[in-house]
Write a protein that binds this ligand. Structure first.
Ligand code: FAD
Length: 416
């Protein structure tokens, strides 16, 4: 039997793949095994909407895992942290020296009547979540015969699903409870430009309205009583960290598995003096760090990179101190990137460019001479420069216009 150290990674999604790939790239020598409940190798979930439209096939979005051993279709059902053993759904047990939890998140089912089957098991026919390639395949099949589709939720996932469905043929409507689309990352103007762009693709958006029931006749009934007839319904109402395994093992769980800057988990009842449990770490959508649950690929990868640096020995003191909010959507003709603080306040200056003919909207938010947030919609030519400027976190050159490019109509507020 090999005497190499064994690192078990529970979950074989985006964070797990990134961890494994970086771990070996940094010269890590342990035996790394990825246990994943999905029946396939890790893939880039962010591109699922592009798989739905047929732009990519499933194989094309596979992620590299370095020299890790892959165990697809192997769900971990229990952990014995003391004995350092994990139990698989088939009853088998495996020993490890270090454990990395990367169990991701589950779609949230909104409180809408009539979503589930009569026997309460699973979603009713024609109702879909979109988290996995299997979801994607089912949705693509249903969309072929659908004339009308309703997407419940107008966040990143809802917009990206709506755009993909519209490309497949059905007439698509988004029902969104918030005041404007993607309100976590976009300001009102950007969201309005996005809504216009969606309209040109045939997607209608209902804002400030809640879906309350799916009727027997296959209509989505809104809180104001209005009914949208639909052949298929997609739920895009956010995600919830998958924490049941960690919780059952006695790890401290808030909204996600609680981790410190070393990404170590802690036990709920008898924390060690530093609060952490040796040998157990968590990364990605399942985690909560400093009160924040991200649910985005960027932070998941940053956490994976830090943990890979620590466990490979390349930088045993590496720390994860949080991620700047950063979101990027590439949905066919609809593209945007949003970073950091996108809402101006009394202490900020704003530089804004709007080009209605091109459907683009751009905004920089500055605090003093430092760039603290930005939105690009419809023209992402300067996205790399912007990301670097935010990363540097230093005073900007005198004229930051080049970060937006040189187009048409300019409005500035504040001291710029
Ligand atoms: C359609 C879609 C579009 C998205 N678009 C964007 C985007 O534009 N930008 C962005 O930043 N983010 C986006 N995201 C979010 C992004 O995909 C996630 O943040 C990212 O996948 C998190 O990685 P993760 O490894 O933590 O979780 P996941 O990638 O979900 O991987 C977790 C894996 O663990 C497995 N697992 C769970 N429990 C167990 C267990 N007990 N045993 C074995 N395996 C288990 C799960 O089956 C899953 O395969 C999108 C997500 C979706 C679904």
């Amino acid at each position: 039997m090999s005497s190499r150290r064994r690192i078990a990674v529970v979950g074989a999604g985006m964070a797990a793949a990134r961890f494994a790939e970086r771990y070996f790239a940094l010269g890590g020598r342990a035996r790394v095994t990825l246990y994943g409940s999905e029946p396939r190798a890790p893939y880039n979930r962010v591109l699922l909407a592009d798989v739905l439209t047929g732009r990519y096939d499933a194989e094309a979005i596979t992620l590299p895992v370095g020299d890790a051993e892959l165990r697809p279709g192997a769900e971990v059902v229990a952990l014995d942290l003391g004995a350092r053993l994990l139990t698989l759904a088939d009853g088998g047990t495996e020993a490890y020296d270090e454990l990395v939890l990367a169990t991701g998140a589950n779609p949230v089912l909104p409180p809408v009547r009539g979503l589930r089957r009569a026997d309460g098991r699973g979603l009713r026919e024609g109702v879909h979540a979109l988290r996995t390639l299997a979801d994607c395949a089912r949705l693509a099949e249903d969309a072929m015969d659908a004339k009308r589709a309703v997407v419940i939720g107008g966040g990143v996932l809802g917009v990206s699903a709506a755009r993909a469905l519209a490309a497949l043929g059905p007439q698509v409507e988004i029902v969104h409870q918030g005041p404007h689309l993607i309100e976590r990352q976009l300001d009102e103007e950007a969201a309005a430009a996005l809504r216009d762009a969606l309209r040109t693709l045939g997607v209608e958006v209902y804002l400030g309205n809640r879906a309350r029931a799916l009727t027997e006749a296959g209509e989505v009934e809104l809180a104001d009583g209005y009914r949208l007839s639909t052949d298929l319904t997609v739920l895009a109402c956010g995600v919830r960290p998958r924490t049941a395994l960690a919780h059952a093992a006695g790890l401290a769980v808030g909204r996600g598995v609680l981790v410190d800057d070393s990404l170590a988990a802690s036990v709920s009842d008898a924390p060690l003096p530093d609060g952490s449990v040796p040998h157990v770490f968590a990364i990605g959508d399942c985690t909560e760090h400093a009160g924040v649950v991200h649910g985005l690929a960027g932070p998941a990868w940053e956490q994976a990179d830090v943990l890979a640096a620590r466990l490979s020995g390349a930088d045993p003191e590496a720390r994860y101190t949080g991620s700047r909010p950063l979101a990027r959507l590439s949905a066919g003709p609809i593209e945007y990137a949003a970073y950091g603080e996108v809402h101006a306040d009394a202490g900020t200056d704003v530089l804004q460019l709007t080009d209605a003919t091109r459907g683009s909207y751009k905004k920089l938010v500055l605090r003093g001479e430092r760039l603290v947030g930005a939105i690009l919609l419809g023209d992402l030519a300067t996205v790399g420069d912007l990301a670097r400027a935010l990363e540097r976190d230093a005073a900007l050159p005198e004229q930051p216009l080049h970060l937006l490019t040189q187009h048409l109509f300019t409005t500035t507020h504040g001291a710029l």
